[in-house]
Design a protein. Structure first.
Length: 272
């Protein structure tokens, strides 16, 4: 079975036609439990998210801040496995028909087997992977697997990425380019870095792939600012934090649904 790279591309194109940025949300698989994570993921997709990222928990998430690190720890203590990540993808896709990506460090996929992971992700209806720590020069194995299974390979660009590196990663990537709004780890911030707009312009100078901005976008006001210049707005830690701060899983899911609705409204551009 082929994956849903085409669905991902069509979703981003439709958002552009509707004069808005696509809303991409995130939730850690297995957090706080596998079933609760699935419920929260479906709630986001039913509340205005166009695309969702499912985080594959890792014991050493070096690029993630304390919020996602905590969620990873809870999921791992609960015994989450890659099979649970695939199940989360499958149930989210089957329930909503929307693109579902996996956000993962390379090591767990490498240990599991790139072909095994890619075929299972495609069979589940997944749209692809975001691999923040996989260098382009070492990505051939995964990219070949992804191409065979019609899965996106999304690379992350930072404000420090050189123009030469931008050309390399945009030539190798598919689906969209993940533009990091700031240097540093993921997390809730009070403001969006001014570097984001400049990075988006630099990326667009070397590729026609959509450019989606994430890291540090915490609320509707920040999402609205980013939506003015990006093809997609990515929100992660703020949503995970809503679950962490909730008194129980059901309350967390309800809060996430409300926040997703607010974020979705904010991505609609208005004439000044």
């Amino acid at each position: 079975m082929s994956g849903n790279l085409r669905l991902l591309a069509d979703t981003l194109a439709r958002a552009k036609q509707e004069n808005r940025a696509a809303l991409i949300t995130y939730m850690t698989a297995g957090f706080p439990t596998v079933d609760d994570g699935i419920a929260t993921t479906q709630a986001m997709l039913n509340s205005g998210a166009d695309i969702v990222e499912i985080g594959l928990p890792h014991s050493d998430p070096v690029l993630d801040g304390p919020v996602i690190q905590t969620a990873d720890e809870i999921a791992l203590r609960g015994g989450v496995r890659i099979a649970d990540v695939i199940r989360t993808v499958r149930e989210a896709y089957q329930a909503t028909g929307k693109p579902v990506l996996v956000m993962s460090y390379w090591n767990p996929i490498d240990r599991y087997g790139a072909e095994r992971f890619g075929s299972e992700l495609a069979e589940a209806g997944g749209a692809g992977c975001i691999l923040p720590d996989l260098p382009v020069q070492e990505s051939a194995l995964w990219r070949e697997t992804a191409a065979r299974h019609s899965l996106a390979t999304v690379f992350v660009a930072a404000p420090s990425t050189t123009d030469e590196r931008l050309r390399e990663l945009t030539a190798a990537g598919t689906g969209f380019v993940y533009a990091s709004a700031l240097m540093g780890v993921t997390g809730v911030r009070d403001a969006v870095s001014t570097a984001a707009g400049s990075l988006v312009r630099r990326i667009r100078a070397v590729t026609e792939l959509p450019v989606c901005v994430g890291i540090g976008i915490s609320d509707a006001a920040q999402a609205a600012r980013v939506a003015r210049f990006a093809d997609g707005v990515i929100v992660a830690s703020a949503l995970v934090k809503a679950v962490l701060d909730a008194p129980d899983a059901a309350a967390g899911t309800a809060t996430v649904a409300e926040l997703t609705t607010e974020l979705s409204r904010a991505t609609r551009r208005h004439a000044d």
